[in-house]
Design a protein around this ligand. Structure first.
Ligand SMILES: Nc1ncnc2c1ncn2[C@H]1C[C@H](O)[C@@H](COP(=O)(O)OP(=O)(O)OP(=O)(O)O)O1
Length: 643
């Protein structure tokens, strides 16, 4: 009897383990199905020739009537009753000779009264798409912008070209407010653009009542919502007051609205559409690719990487303007000091500085009195310096959206510029604890980490996938480190390493102990407390390899994050992830692509990248110029970068 019970218990354990495996496999297959469905929808959309439509990714609904290529061409090329005036103002007021792609279509659509979302990379000239129609329309255009500094930059520019524009914000004087409110209902329209913050719309009844009067008098020509992604919680810069802007379209349904953003996925736009109460807006998406920007990721392989940054600035970027983005205000101060010690004219910029100091740094940088601004993300919106030759990230951004926007401040003049990220292991966890309260913070950070950890796929193609862009691999033209330096990586079987490192965390957890990623690294390399050493298989991998494998396991669900809160700080620990159980299964293997030059890996079984044969020792090393195999690989594995 006892034997029977023992056997049944053993069988039950084994069945339960097997069931767990099956469930994990089902989860993996479901994930794959969802990715394939979303890819399928994308391809169908491409085949239909639709150039816009904001279907949420993965939706299986039939696309709504979309704006066709012919429609786009019509709005880019045809003459309209306002075309002469628009062209005249472009040259005489803005001193520009021609439009950039999509500007003309956006202006024509807006002039013909359509609601519009314009997604255009940072620095491509979105502002012109509402400033120019404002000059050619009766009345004034209401512009909602998230930051006073951003409005002030635009007002300064508009003043310099003699365009009458004003702002109403918390710091407007009583007299100014009175004058502006009266101007809104003046038939002679003393200004053509009125800039306000979303807070002002939400809080000022007086402003709403004047808007209503202006609307009834036919003087509210257009509403422009700048940085429209701020409406959506899923966007990277959510502002609660943007949520209330739906009132505008509800109260003023006949006024065309244009929403502008540099980065928004189709689901974020869908959300904005609902929040702003616009029905079926036309979405124009400019090619997100900035061909003049070179993207590169460098691993922080020593403590002194700030010296590497200084060497770049003094060497390759001598006398050229740039930005170094850092993680914290303290880093901004410290790194600026470090750079100054190396005779680089650098100044910090962050949110806690006095507004006058911030303005001074901005001005000195714009006029080349200083070479580098060492900044937190506070140095962002509204920065319009054309000749920024480098944007270096001292620490990774918290999302790809943020990275795209921050790095996009380089090369607005269309001349070549570099965007370099320094990728460090510990930074991941610093940022992770910072975004712990954000709904999608961890997922977004993981996408950014996957972008940096990537060694085999064109960096642009990763961004394109992220932004739901249809991508053709030729478009990079060796303007990222991966495409330029080729397939300099090997695919390694890391199953045994994964088992070893996962067992360290498992063992600690069985003793009720939590390990930070740093502690896991150290324990695995034999530097942990003596009590652990007996049970640990110490690795001969280098520190960089150890870090890369831990990151890989975290991105792929073998580890997951375990936060612990104290009144002063948040700690990041590693715990077993949902897939860790798979490592107990002898048929389960994990491979990982790593940069070549890994002598300590010589004992590790190498696997062919392409045919999955576990015994082959094929190592890819050809550069794109020598082989186009790389391209087909990038195409083949395009959709599965998301951890
Ligand atoms: N058709 C054009 N030809 C040449 N330069 C142009 C044209 N349109 C705009 N520009 C210039 C003006 C600015 O110096 C620069 C960026 O324009 P701007 O409207 O500030 O970009 P943006 O609004 O897309 O960027 P951001 O996302 O940072 O707000 O491009």
């Amino acid at each position: 009897m006892a034997n029977d019970i023992g056997d049944a218990q053993a069988e039950l354990d084994s069945v339960e383990t097997e069931l767990e495996m099956v469930e994990l496999q089902i989860t993996e297959l479901l994930e794959k199905q969802s990715k394939l469905n979303s890819r399928k929808n994308k391809l169908l959309k491409t085949l239909e020739g639709a150039c816009s439509s904001a279907l949420p990714s993965g939706s299986s609904k039939a696309p709504k009537p979309s704006f066709s290529k012919q429609d786009l061409q019509h709005h880019e090329e045809s003459d309209f009753s306002w075309s002469k005036e628009v062209q005249g103002e472009l040259m005489s007021v803005f001193k520009l000779s021609k439009f950039r792609p999509l500007q003309r279509a956006a202006i024509n659509l807006s002039m013909s009264g359509k609601d519009l979302f314009l997604v255009m990379p940072t620095g491509r000239g979105k502002s012109l798409c509402f400033q120019l129609p404002a000059l050619c329309s009766k009345g004034f255009t209401l512009v909602i912008a998230p930051l006073v500094s951003l409005m002030e930059d635009q007002l300064m520019y508009l003043k310099s070209i003699d365009v009458a524009a004003v702002t109403l914000n918390a710091s407007s004087t009583k007299e100014d407010s009175k004058r502006i409110l009266a101007g809104m209902i003046d038939k002679n329209s003393p200004f053509k653009l009125l800039y306000v913050t979303p807070e002002k719309i939400a809080k000022s009844k007086l402003l709403m009542s004047k808007l209503e009067k202006a609307y009834n008098m036919g003087l509210l020509a257009r509403i422009a919502v700048d940085e429209v992604h701020c409406c959506s919680q899923w966007g990277h810069d959510f502002r609660p007051d943007y949520k209330l802007l739906g009132i505008l379209k509800r109260q003023f349904p006949k006024v065309p609205l244009v929403g502008l953003t540099a980065t928004a996925t189709s689901s974020v736009l869908k959300d904005c559409e609902k929040i702003l109460c616009v029905q079926n807006p036309i979405t124009l998406t400019a090619p997100f690719n900035r061909p003049n920007l070179y993207y590169e990721v460098r691993f922080k392989d020593n403590e002194n990487f700030t010296d590497d940054i200084a060497a770049l600035i003094k060497g390759k970027y001598k006398n050229q303007s740039g930005i170094v983005y850092v993680f914290s205000q303290k880093d901004a101060e410290n790194v600026a000091v470090d750079l100054r010690k190396q005779d680089i004219l650098a100044q910090p910029y962050h949110a806690s500085m006095q507004p006058s100091d911030k303005t001074l740094v901005h001005k000195h940088w714009a006029s080349k009195k200083i070479q580098v601004v060492v900044a937190t993300v506070a140095f962002g919106m509204g920065i319009d310096k054309a000749d920024v030759r480098f944007v270096i990230h001292h620490t990774i951004s918290k999302s790809i959206e943020n990275y795209y926007q921050e790095s996009g401040r380089a090369g607005r003049d269309d001349s070549p510029a570099d965007c370099i990220v320094f990728f460090g292991f510990m930074d991941i966890f610093r940022i992770s604890t910072m975004v712990v309260m954000e709904n999608t913070g961890q997922q977004k950070l993981q996408n950014m980490v996957a972008y940096c950890q990537n060694v085999d796929r064109c960096r642009r193609s990763l961004m394109a996938i992220h932004f739901d862009e249809v991508w053709n691999d030729d478009e990079c033209d060796q303007m990222c480190d991966v495409c330029r330096h080729g397939n300099d990586y090997v695919t390694m079987d890391i199953t045994k390493h994964a088992q070893d490192v996962v067992s360290i965390v498992e063992h600690a957890s069985s003793m009720d102990e939590k390990l930070t990623p740093l502690k896991v690294c150290e324990a695995w390399m034999g530097k942990g407390p003596a009590k652990h050493r007996k049970t640990i298989t110490v690795t001969s991998l280098t520190r960089m390899e150890v870090e890369s494998i831990i990151i890989h396991l975290l991105l792929h669900g073998y580890f997951s994050e375990d936060f612990s809160f104290t009144p002063y700080t948040t700690h990041f620990y590693l715990k077993l992830g949902r897939k860790s159980a798979l490592l107990k299964n002898s048929s389960h293997s994990i491979t990982m692509k790593m940069r070549r030059r890994l002598p300590s890996f010589s004992t590790v079984k190498k696997v062919s990248e392409y045919d999955g044969e576990k015994t082959s020792a094929k190592v890819k090393g050809k550069r794109p110029a020598e082989s186009d195999h790389h391209k087909s690989v990038a195409k083949k594995v395009k959709k599965d970068t998301r951890p």
